[in-house]
Design a protein around this ligand. Structure first.
Ligand code: CUA
Length: 341
C-alpha cells in the first residue's frame, strides 16, 4: 500500500503532463508539432469522454425513469421533437467541423517540409534503415541531425512496404518500393529518439529499429568529418555490413542463427549447402568466391544450417549486386568476415 502511494506521488508530474500532453500517456514531445498533435488528440479524447458520459447517463436515466410498469398503461404517442433533433445534430456537427479545421491546419504543417531543410535520403529494406546525406556523401545506419535544424526525409524501399515512425516526433509515413515519399521534422533539444517500422514486413519487422541522434551543430560537424574519414580493411567492411542492414539477419559474435546463418568463425570452414543450380547437396569451403556469390546471388547456394526451410529454392536475402561494389566494398567485406573470430 505504501508502495502504491509513493508510486502515485512520484508520478504526479506525469499525471499533470498527461493533462497537458506528453509524459504519462504520451512519449516525450521532441518536435515543434508534437504538442499540437497531442492537443488535438487529447481534445478528441476528452470530447468523446464527455459525450459518452452524457449520452449513456441520459440513457440510463431514461431506462429507469420510463421502464415498463406492471399496470396496463399505454405508451404516449411520440412523433419526435424537431427542436431537440436540430440541437443534437448541430452541436456535434459544429464540433466535427472544428476538429476537421484543426486537423487540416496541423496536417498542412506536417505535409509541407520547411524550406531550408537538411535533405536526407532514407532507404528501407528487410530489415534495416539506411540514411544517406547526399550533399556530404555520407551513408549511416543512424540518423544524426543537428539540433533545431528542420530535416526533410525522402524515403523509399528496396523490397516491401515499411513505415518510418518516430513516436517522439509524432511523425509516421510509409516507405514504398518504386516511389519516393517525403516527411519532415524539426528538433527542440539534444537527445536520442527511437525509430520503429510500423508496417509488418516479415520475420525481423520488430527488430527494424534505428536511432535518431540529435546533436549540437559542433558535434554534427565533427560527426560528418569522422564519417568522411576513409576507412580501410575490416573497419570499412564492418561499416558496409552495418549500413546495408546485414546485422538484422546475421550474427557476427555468436554461432546462433538469426534469420540467415551466423558469420562468426565461418571463414575457411566447411559448409553444407543446397546448390540450386545442380539441385544437389554439396560441401563448400567458405572462401572469397563463396562469400561474393552469397552476397550477389543469395539464392545460388542455401546454407543447410540456416533457419531457412531446407529444400526451398529462393533465399529471403535480396541480392546486393550493384550495391556492394566488386572493387573496394567486396574485398573489405571479405576482410571483415575473416576478422570475425
Ligand atoms: Cu519494415 Cu516492418
Amino acid at each position: 500500500m505504501t508502495g502504491l502511494w509513493t508510486g502515485l506521488i512520484s508520478n504526479l508530474p506525469q499525471l499533470r503532463a498527461a493533462v497537458e500532453g506528453g509524459g504519462f500517456w504520451m512519449p516525450p514531445q521532441a518536435s515543434s508539432f508534437a504538442k499540437h498533435t497531442d492537443s488535438l488528440f487529447m481534445f478528441i479524447v476528452y470530447a468523446s469522454t464527455i459525450f459518452f458520459i452524457a449520452i449513456v447517463g441520459v440513457m440510463i436515466y431514461c431506462v429507469i425513469k420510463f421502464r415498463h410498469t406492471p399496470q396496463n398503461e399505454t405508451t404516449s404517442d411520440l412523433h419526435g421533437n424537431t427542436r431537440l433533433e436540430i440541437i443534437w445534430s448541430l452541436i456535434p456537427g459544429l464540433i466535427m467541423i472544428g476538429i476537421f479545421a484543426w486537423g487540416l491546419k496541423d496536417w498542412i504543417n506536417l505535409a509541407v517540409p520547411h524550406a531550408n531543410s537538411l535533405d536526407i535520403r532514407v532507404t528501407a529494406r528487410k530489415w534495416a534503415w539506411t540514411f544517406n546525406y547526399p550533399k556530404d556523401g555520407i551513408t549511416s545506419k543512424d540518423l544524426v541531425v543537428p539540433v533545431g535544424q528542420p530535416v526533410k526525409l525522402t524515403m523509399n524501399s528496396l523490397d516491401v512496404l515499411h513505415s518510418f515512425y518516430v513516436p517522439d516526433f509524432r511523425i509516421k509515413r510509409d516507405a514504398l518500393p518504386n516511389r519516393y515519399t517525403v516527411q519532415w521534422f524539426d528538433t527542440l533539444e539534444v537527445g536520442e529518439h527511437n525509430v520503429a517500422c510500423t508496417e509488418y514486413c516479415g520475420t525481423q519487422h520488430s527488430g527494424m529499429a534505428a536511432v535518431v541522434k540529435v546533436v549540437s551543430p559542433e558535434d554534427f560537424a565533427k560527426w560528418k568529418e569522422d564519417q568522411n574519414k576513409s576507412l580501410a580493411g575490416p573497419a570499412l567492411g564492418e561499416k558496409i555490413f552495418q549500413n546495408n542492414g546485414c546485422t538484422a539477419c546475421h550474427n557476427v559474435d555468436k554461432p546462433d542463427v538469426l534469420v540467415g546463418p551466423s558469420l562468426w568463425k565461418k571463414y575457411g570452414e566447411q559448409e553444407v549447402v543446397w546448390d540450386t543450380k545442380t539441385k544437389s547437396e554439396v560441401t563448400v569451403t567458405v572462401d572469397d568466391n563463396y562469400i561474393a556469390e552469397s552476397i550477389w546471388q543469395p539464392s545460388a547456394k542455401l546454407v543447410k544450417a540456416g533457419s531457412y526451410p531446407w529444400g526451398k529454392e529462393i533465399s529471403p536475402m535480396p541480392s546486393f549486386e550493384g550495391i556492394v561494389k566488386p572493387e573496394g566494398d567486396m574485398p573489405a567485406l571479405i576482410e571483415y568476415i575473416k576478422s570475425l573470430k
